[in-house]
Design a protein around this ligand. Structure first.
Ligand code: ZN
Length: 668
């Protein structure tokens, strides 16, 4: 499953974990351009695959073939997203390349934007909202220019046809009303019945994921058949190219276990056998040693309204050694942090075990992870495989970094920071302390503390997750200011934590409100927790003027006067929140959350929304991939693999269509 996704309207990635909207850093990134072109509601970004050059030739070669295997799956997703997507894409690309008229014409400009959106969404529906795009060019113009037949024009221009890719509106036939290409001539009831029976007759302890790799079709005589996505059936041509490149990659795998993973994946692609897929998943999850790792397959099922059919995706990645070292250092010192926390002794763990979060760098994104992507992934998705064999949970560090770098200069920091001193601190230490905050939160915060004996873990009910997130955040905030972090070499300066305190307060009091519509309350647990912490600290620091809300030209700013006292307040709240959790004190949990974490001052909300709107920041973002080139000797052996970041968005999409298209325009 996707565990972390770039939040809509957020300005940075960390946004989705902590909602911080003003992150910056002192990393010198040379001339690397993280921001590329912008169109419609989209901002294209680039990510840097730092460290690729330092990999061994074997690892580079392995990545090279794996990214080829990744790119060959692109057409599968287009077809999964809608029956006519490949046909429409080809028609539009032909027009885009061969258009003889004025490319500045209103119709052509609107058409160009439409095509760029189709590329981005892998089809004619919005990647996030799933509603069909409304063309800004005229039907007559397009029919004439593209020589478009009426039945295709109907699909593009008639708003009632294929309205939504995934329809989740209760009471409607979700299968019939969804445009995604997972069922043919089948009603929702029929599909549910078909798979319900399969499940009932199957192994209940170790069920395979029925239906995940096929299209369910009702034939003319009323029979139901599954058209499997295998090398010999539907999508066969694309899957054959994927298998071919997996075979080329195999000799360069990092260990024997990884070769076994590849063998099982190939066998699964060839047979479509679902228990083979489970064996593959188990082998993959147990293969933890290699630096280079990859996902390639039918993985996530968000595109099927019934949640059975999996869309194709691929990511090739390698471990970020430095970032993983950071989390290892924290884990190794987990007991020290537990022992020194401001929490009452009876609520502490006698023996605590830190978690080492894996931080990876993406080398290529493909299928349903491209161009819009996740930054946190936890796989496999099979429940029993997870329960019996575990899962791999990763955060994709270089994508987070790209979001942060790209957000610089979007005006958010300048708009909401109190003054030059705050901006300077955020620019210098913002990224670093943001990463550390995540590490402390995930590796130590959630694992700290204990329930008193006899206390039910669910006693905080609906307030439980907000309290739990607040606990982990406060643990992080309290320790970010601890000299121990300097001692462990995790922060370069004892003032660095100030950046995260500014970020936390600004975000909790002001900037996270940009994600909420005027008039609504705060609903989401992470956002409630941030508001709770910020407003609680603000109120409890008032007597000693720890911080102020300053009004300037009708704008509100957060000014922190005493950082050490703010740390004490975080410590105090941490102790209280841990007591609430440890004793299952529902009434206190309710009072804390309802008083500080839910309601929004409408005047302040309106002000923040207006300030944000003026910055004109694109709500959705996606990535252009780097280009890998194999350098070969006279015998054809790969002697090096180079990476470049100069390919443009349209250029990349047209190249992918030219070099990696294998499927018929209509797949039946
Ligand atoms: Zn958390």
């Amino acid at each position: 499953m996707i565990t972390a996704l770039m939040a809509v309207g957020a300005t940075t990635t960390n946004a989705q974990q902590r909602g911080s909207s003003t992150v910056s850093s002192d990393k010198k990134e040379g001339t690397f351009n993280y921001n590329d072109e912008r169109f419609a509601d989209l901002q294209m970004l680039r990510y840097k695959v730092e460290g690729f050059e330092n990999l061994t030739l074997k690892q580079k070669t392995f990545i090279y073939y794996l990214q080829e295997a990744a790119l060959y799956g692109r057409d599968i997703l287009f077809d999964q997203n809608g029956k006519y997507n490949l046909r429409i894409r080809q028609m539009m690309e032909n027009l885009y390349v061969n258009y003889k008229g004025n490319r500045e014409d209103k119709d052509f400009k609107a058409f160009e934007e439409y095509l760029k959106r189709v590329w981005f969404s892998n089809g004619i529906h919005h990647h996030y909202g799933s509603e069909k795009f409304v063309p800004g060019f005229s039907q007559e113009w397009f029919i004439k220019q593209a020589n478009c037949p009426d039945e295709i024009a109907e699909i593009i221009f008639n708003p009632e046809v294929m309205k939504k890719r995934v329809n989740l509106a209760e009471g409607e036939d979700l299968v019939k009303t969804s445009a995604s290409n997972y069922y043919e001539n089948v009603t929702q009831a029929e599909a549910e019945d078909y798979y319900g029976k399969l499940k009932a007759n199957g192994d209940s302890l170790h069920p395979v994921m029925y239906g995940m790799n096929s299209r369910l079709v009702k034939t003319e005589n009323g029979d139901f058949i599954e058209k499997k996505w295998t090398t010999n059936s539907l999508y066969g041509a694309a899957l054959k190219k994927i298998v071919e490149n997996l075979k080329l990659a195999r000799p360069y795998a990092e260990d024997a276990q990884q070769q076994k993973v590849i063998d099982l994946l190939i066998s699964y692609y060839e047979t479509g056998d679902l228990s083979t897929f489970d064996q593959y998943s188990i082998a993959w999850v147990e293969n933890t040693e290699p630096l280079v790792d990859f996902v390639n397959g039918f993985i996530e099922c968000y595109g099927d309204p019934l949640g059975l059919k999996c869309s194709w995706e691929s990511i090739v990645n390698f471990k970020d050694i430095d970032a993983t070292k950071r989390t290892e250092t924290l884990s190794a010192n987990a007991q020290w942090f537990e022992d020194h926390s401001p929490v009452a002794p009876e609520f502490k763990k006698k023996k605590v075990k830190g978690i080492t979060a894996k931080v990876i760098k993406a080398a290529i994104l493909a299928g349903d992870l491209y161009p819009s992507t996740a930054i946190g992934i936890n796989l496999p998705n099979s429940d029993w495989v997870r329960a019996e064999h575990g899962s791999k949970s990763v955060t994709i560090g270089n994508l987070t970094d790209a979001y942060n770098q790209a957000a610089k200069g979007n005006g958010m920091l300048q708009e909401f920071a109190y003054g030059p001193e705050e901006i300077a601190l955020m620019e210098k230490y913002g990224d670093l302390t943001d990463d550390l905050h995540t590490d402390l939160h995930e590796c130590l915060g959630h694992g700290s503390g204990r329930l008193l004996e006899g206390v039910d873990g669910d006693s905080l009910k609906a307030y439980g997750s907000t309290i739990e997130e607040a606990r982990a955040d406060l643990f992080a905030l309290y320790y970010l200011a601890d000299p121990k972090l300097v001692e462990l070499g995790l922060v370069p300066h004892e003032d660095a934590y100030k950046a995260s305190y500014i970020g936390q307060m600004q975000n909790g009091l002001l900037t996270q409100l940009v994600r909420i519509n005027l008039g609504n309350n705060i609903e989401e647990a992470h956002m409630r927790n941030r508001a709770l912490i910020a407003w609680w600290a603000y109120e409890h620091g008032k007597a000693e003027n720890v911080m102020e809300l300053v009004k300037r030209d009708g704008k509100t700013f957060v000014k922190i006067n005493d950082y050490q006292k703010l740390r004490d307040l975080f410590g105090e709240l941490l102790a209280e929140i841990q007591r609430v959790k440890s004793t299952g004190d529902f009434k206190s949990a309710q009072a804390l959350v309802e008083t500080y974490g839910v309601k929004i001052d409408p005047e302040l909300h309106k002000e923040v929304l207006n300030r944000y709107a003026k910055l004109n920041i694109a709500p959705y973002k996606g990535f252009i991939n780097p280009v890998y080139t194999a350098v070969r000797d006279a015998q054809g052996n790969i002697t090096d693999v180079t990476i470049s970041y100069t390919e443009g968005y349209a250029e990349q999409m047209l190249r992918y269509s030219k070099d990696y298209s294998t499927l018929p325009l209509i797949n039946e």
